[in-house]
Design a protein around this ligand. Sequence first.
Ligand SMILES: [Zn+2]
Ligand SMILES: [Zn+2]
Length: 376
Amino acid sequence: MAARALPDTLPPVPKRDYYEVLGVGRDASADELKKAYRDLARRYHPDRNPDDVEAEERFKEASEAFRVLSDAEQRKRYDRHGHQAFDRATGGGFDPADFSGGFGEILEGIFGEVLGRRARKRGGRDLTLEVQVSFEEAALGAEKSVTVRKPQPCDRCSGTGGEPGTTVRSCPTCDGRGEVRFQRGIFAATRTCATCAGTGKKPEMPCTKCRATGLMEGEHELSVRIPPGVEDGAIRSVRGAGEVGPGGPGDLHLTIRIEPHPLFERRGVDVLCSVPITFPQAVLGATLDIPTLEGKVQMKLPAGTQSGKVFRLRGKGITAYGGVGKGDQLVTVMVEVPEKITREQRRLIEALASEMGTETLPQRASFLSKLKGLFE
Ligand SMILES: [Zn+2]
Ligand SMILES: [Zn+2]
C-alpha cells in the first residue's frame, strides 16, 4: 500500500476543563465522577439523540473527561499540567470497546439500558505504536512513515472465511451479529460469540488460508505528520487507522519518542547548547561558529567573557506547539582549562601569571581582601 498523507487532526477549538465538563469539584471521589458521567452519558448518548450533533459532542467530551479522570495516573497528570499533559489530537477517537474496568462496565450498562435489546456492532481495536523522531524532526516538524502490523481481510476468501466458490451462512449461535448478550448484575452486556469467534459467519467449507477467520496479518504503511514543537511522550492519533471491526475501524495512537541530540538539549521551546572556549578567546574575544537547528551561525564573543556566561540567540529555538511563538537558543560558554601542557607553555603561563598579578582580576582581588579581613 502506498504511503498517503493524512489530514492534520488538530482541533481548532480550545477544550473545556474536565472537571467543569463533568460538573464536579476538583476533589471529586471516584464514585462522584462515575455518577456525574453516568448522568451525562444517559442524557447525551447518541442513540438517545439521533442526528443531534451537539449532544454527540457533549457525549464525547464527557467520555473523554471521564476516561482521563477515572484513571488515577492520568488524573494526576491532568491536575498538574492540564490539557497539555495529553496531546490535543487524542480527543476525537472515542470507542467504548477501548476501555477496561469501570469505564467499560458503566458504558455497557448504559448501552444496555438505552439500547434495550438492539445489537450494537463493535468497532475494531485501537492500536498503539511508538515513533522515534530525531531532535530536529521534533523541533521543526516532519513527515514520518510508520508501518502498522494489523489483520486485514484474507486475500483467498476476501474476508468471508469460506473457501472460494462455497456457501457462507450466518452463524446460528449469534444470528450473524458476532457477539452474544448476557446478564451482568442488573445490566445486560455482550461478549464475542465463541462459535464464530466474532465473525458472525459459518462457512460450509472453511478457507484453507485463514481457517475461517477471514483475516490475515498485513503490513500497512502510512505517513504521519509530526507537528513542529511536539514534546517527548506526546500522542498523535490517526482516526480509523486501527484494526477493522464489524462496526468500523479503531484508531491508531502514536506515542512520539524524541531521540537525544549530541549537542542540543531542550527546555520548553528553548534549545540549550554548551560551547567550550579557550582562555585566550575568553580574554581577547572571538567570533565563534555556533550550531543551531537551522545550521551554523556566527556569534561574537566579547573580550573579557567569564566562563559560564549564557548568550541568547533570539528566535533560534523551537516553534511552540500549535505554531504560536518561537523559542531562543541559549549558548553557555565554558572556558576549557588545559590538563596537559608542554614545558614551553608552562614557561609562558608562569610569565603571564607574574605579569598579571591581581589588578586585572577584580573578583579575585575582592576575594583575597575579604579573606584577609576574615582572619585578622
Ligand atoms: Zn480466508
Ligand atoms: Zn456467532
